[in-house]
Design a protein around this ligand. Structure first.
Ligand code: CMP
Length: 138
């Protein structure tokens, strides 16, 4: 049985760009067989941060998260492939890099629950919402 092709919105966060990990993280997704449909280096502004993280804006961790996410360029991409949403989430690992399993991107490369290198849509519905925010023409 084949799975449906899906699209996921992925952000390779400012910490990854600053640390020179953009190539390594992109390479992991490419090696898995996911297709990069769009890729853009851009700096998130405050209003896009509030819209993207709408479910978190009232949480205590949001102000420092917003400062971090708007602190410099990130890579925004559309990844597609069979079950892409679930596959990408399993590749990036648990939110907290200290607890993420070895072999995942965060488990291998992150030591923080804020500066955790990658964001990826957590469901096909979130992907549609996030793709419309970041790539309205796609
Ligand atoms: P992300 O997958 O982008 O989704 C929400 C982000 O909030 C998460 O990755 C982390 O960067 C951040 N985050 C989630 N929980 C916490 C927390 N307890 N403390 C600090 N940052 C958090």
């Amino acid at each position: 049985m084949s799975s449906p092709t899906e699209r996921s919105l992925v952000l390779i966060k400012p910490d990854a760009v600053r640390r020179g990990l953009l190539g390594e993280i992109l390479s992991r997704f490419e090696s898995k067989g996911l297709v990069i449909e769009a890729l853009e280096l851009r700096t998130m502004d405050g209003s896009l941060a509030d819209a993207h993280y709408a479910e978190h804006v009232d949480k205590a961790f949001y102000p420092p998260l917003k400062d971090f996410m708007t602190s410099g360029p990130l890579a925004a991409l559309i990844l597609s492939g069979d079950s892409a949403v679930e596959v990408v989430r399993s590749m990036i690992g648990a939110t907290d890099g200290r607890k993420a399993a070895a072999g995942t991107i965060r488990g291998d490369l992150a030591l923080s629950n804020r500066e955790n290198l990658v964001h990826a849509s957590d469901s096909p519905e979130s992907a549609e919402r996030e793709l419309a925010l970041w790539f309205p023409k796609f």
